[in-house]
Ligand binder design. Structure first.
Ligand code: NDP
Length: 331
């Protein structure tokens, strides 16, 4: 075990939360029952907020190690469920919020937070999916439970070229859905088509104020952006169908009416990944293992060193990251 290792620590500095690269030893880590040697973490929107100092109530218990995801190998365990050598994933569960996270070569975590790495994936591939991809799978599971099939007609994905959007498109296409991608970046159309999108909606067209009941078009939707976009998506959803909402890249506001819900039986399915129960997590990872082909996963992924996190954080907050960024915590 390395003597000391680099971690990204969020500390209070003159009333502001600041991200600093610091050297830690295993003795500095919190006392949970499983010690994991981390191979990779990821960059999610929430990580962007925390690293940029705009913690928006994300990092609440400072100081802490940032990084809401990690994948690696168990090196010590006081839990009967986990043994040295087991390959594991942690998504959410308060990492980087109230618990120390994954931007660190070693992490001590609670055994009940761990999900076994599916045999289909390496730790790098699991982090190429990360919280964003696993949330996309939770959204698809929610829609399928509501009744989504390939026969519902067009299914919309907003924030399409981002992490949640990219994976949602691939998973919906795997079911056989006719996937429409809403993006503000026309240059990503070829990329989105390669993931399974069949046509496109310009992001701005969903950001105009319009009526509460519009022409019915969507047989389902995964929304990663919230705000007026989500209001319009609900207003365009077909009678008796559902929208799974997980994000707020546009806005946390929802300036809507109840009309789509009470006149068209449209359902708004809220999706949280942080505290999702283990059974939901395992089901989502099974869907990813079954329906996300390695070539699509490779096409959405870039691997970056942890040392580049400050600029990567600014980039994801500016909506400039395409797909998913894996963070190599050894560099
Ligand atoms: P990304 O930054 O990778 O993607 C977000 C995408 O949203 C962008 O790529 C862009 O897509 C679009 N977008 C960005 N800014 C705006 C804007 N102002 N108005 C409209 N669209 C915009 O983030 P993730 O995919 O990782 O996460 C998406 C959202 O989901 C975030 O809000 C995140 O916090 C949330 N989330 C929630 C989880 C939960 O548990 N509920 C878990 C994971 C994420 P394009 O360029 O294609 O238009």
């Amino acid at each position: 075990m390395a003597e000391s290792f680099t971690a990204v620590i969020i500390e209070e500095d003159a009333g502001k939360a600041r991200a600093n690269f610091k050297q830690l030893t295993v003795a500095d880590l919190p006392d949970h029952d499983v010690l994991v040697q981390v191979d990779f973490s990821t960059l999610n929107y929430k990580d962007g907020l925390v690293i940029s100092g705009n913690r928006n109530k994300v990092a609440r218990k400072l100081p802490l190690v940032a990084g809401i995801d990690l994948a690696g190998t168990v090196v010590e365990s006081r839990s009967s469920k986990w043994n040295k050598g087991d390959k594991v994933i942690v998504n959410g569960f308060g990492l980087s919020e109230s618990h120390w996270g994954g931007y660190s070569r070693f992490a001590r975590v609670k055994s009940e937070w761990l999900v076994r790495l599916p045999s289909a994936f390496s730790t790098e591939q699991a982090m190429a999916i990360g919280t964003a991809g696993y949330t996309a799978a939770l959204c698809v599971d929610a829609l399928v439970d509501f009744g989504l099939t390939k026969d519902v007609g067009e299914v919309l994905v907003t924030g399409a070229a981002g992490g949640v959007g990219s994976v949602a498109i691939a998973l919906l296409a795997a079911i056989g859905c006719n996937v429409v991608a809403s993006t503000g970046r026309a240059e990503t159309h070829d990329y989105l088509r390669s993931l399974g999108a069949s046509s496109f909606v310009e992001r701005a067209s969903l950001q105009q104020k319009a009526g509460p009941l519009q022409k019915e078009r969507w047989g389902g939707a995964v929304d990663a952006v919230g705000g007026l976009t989500l209001v319009n998506v609900l207003a365009q959803t077909k009678y008796g169908h559902a929208v799974a909402a997980c994000g707020l890249a546009e806005s946390a506001d929802l300036p809507a009416t109840v009309l789509p819900h009470i006149l068209r039986s449209v359902a708004l399915l809220g999706v949280d990944s942080v505290n999702a129960p283990l059974a939901k997590r395992e089901r989502a990872w099974q869907r990813l293992a079954k329906d996300l082909p390695a070539n699509k996963l490779t096409s959405i992924t870039t691997v970056e060193p942890m040392s580049k996190l400050p600029e990567l954080a600014a980039s994801i907050l500016a909506g400039k990251v395409r797909g998913r960024v894996v963070i190599d915590v050894t560099r």
